[in-house]
Design a protein around this ligand. Structure first.
Ligand code: CUA
Length: 160
């Protein structure tokens, strides 16, 4: 079988691109330790409000400059709606849904989770710059989807 010269070049370039992408994937996963935000645990969606830590939704300081934000998503709101932290804080978000799938996207950060009933989603992020970030549900969840938002206010006061 004769392979045309241009076809050969094209096949060669395709192989190079595939190898580059495979290497990028391995580098991100192994060297940079990047992970897709995973499931941090399971929870009975009907008993979220009586199950720790979701029996006390809100912001909890766990160490100097470190917080845990426990957030419940339901159609069509987040509880709590607003979180306020000093600049430089590291926040671990623990969130779940009591009804249907919702999104959990914090504008201007890499926080991008799904809130699935029955699952606890977790991610950690450090808010270095003062400012306000919108928290949005970015998974269409029905009639009130566009009203499902909150905000994260990062104050100028430095962490203590
Ligand atoms: Cu919740 Cu869209």
């Amino acid at each position: 079988m004769k392979i045309e010269r241009y076809e050969e070049i094209f096949l060669g370039l395709s192989a190079v691109v595939l190898i580059l992408f495979l290497n990028a994937l391995l580098y991100a996963g192994l060297a940079m330790n990047l992970r897709v935000p995973g499931v941090a645990g399971m929870i009975d969606p009907a008993k979220v409000r009586e199950t720790p830590p979701f029996d006390h939704p809100g912001l909890h300081q766990i160490a100097p400059g470190k917080y845990q934000a426990v957030i419940i998503g339901k159609a069509w709101s987040f509880t709590p709606k607003t979180i306020e932290i000093p600049a430089g804080s590291e926040v671990t978000f623990l969130a779940t849904s009591v009804d249907i799938d919702h999104g959990f996207y914090v504008d201007g950060t890499r926080i991008n989770l799904m809130l699935v009933p029955g699952q606890i989603s977790r991610t950690t992020y450090r808010f270095d710059k003062p400012g306000t970030h919108l928290l949005l549900c970015h998974e269409y969840c029905g009639l009130g989807h566009q009203f499902m938002y909150g905000k994260i206010v990062v104050n100028k006061t430095v962490v203590k």
